[in-house]
Write a protein that binds this ligand. Sequence first.
Ligand SMILES: [Zn+2]
Length: 324
Amino acid sequence: MKPTFPTDFWDSLAAFSNPVPNDVPGALRGLGVEVLRELSRTDSAEYLARCPAHLSLTGKADRHPSFSVNGATGLFNCFSCGYAGPFIALVEDTLGYDRVQAWRWIARYGVYRTAEEPAAAPVAEEAVRVNEASLALFTPPPLEACRRRGVSQEACAELGVLWEPRAGHWILPIRDPETGALWGWQEKGRRYFRNYPTGIHKSLTLFGDLSWSGGTGLLLESPLDAVRALTLGIEGAFASFGAYVSEAQMRLLKARCRCLVLGLDNDSAGRTARDKIHSRWRPRGLPMKFLDYGHTTAKDLGEMSDADALTAWAGAHHPWRRRR
Ligand SMILES: [Zn+2]
């Protein structure tokens, strides 16, 4: 006899594939997203609209149609603010649904297929091939450079941080969050900074130990500050590669952290980003605290003494118990 499962079981199972509505423009209308233009391609259509997340992510409404949704894959992307993901994430975000509720909502528009979960296609703008062998020219960072930056060689080794010996630059690898495959790296010197290859989709991943999960995580802007955190014994430290933290990065963090300490820079851009993340993700079930900057004028963890950095971590507090 065949086992029977309740509908809930199948719904939960289906929801964790990537359901795409049969009628993408109809479903967009249902979400209150007006399709302004349709581009027909040989294999699929692309629907252009004003970005629904723009106002909350950037503080300004999208005046151009910067947002596009692919009719075949259901993947959406705002080329201006970086808001991107599979169709079901758009439904979760817009309607405040959980994954299974979002699946049921999509099913009303007919699910004609469940595409593969997007492997966050890290297609760089230049056709540059990067693989592990590309790192062969780099060496482990020298002790002197580590001392100056307050990081240990062990922490560098653990997070795969390397050194470009000719110019004396840090090499911070950017990897696929699921497979660990190398996408490229950030190269950082005193007055030098570049991402390689150009156009690398760093907002679809995080810097840090992506196999870590289960405890209190720490979100920082700069990869080297995450290395410094690990040096100080803080294990779940991740960096977003800048003050802009994407939805995809927040999903990666939510999947790993039981609680997340927001340690974005102690400047107005960092505080604005921090408050936006808090108001957007707290209702979605991610407990968050703020890194304590009450005892210091430092802009980030990298500018603090070891003792101050550990105080900032130990003093992480709920937003409504602000210490200053
Ligand atoms: Zn946008």
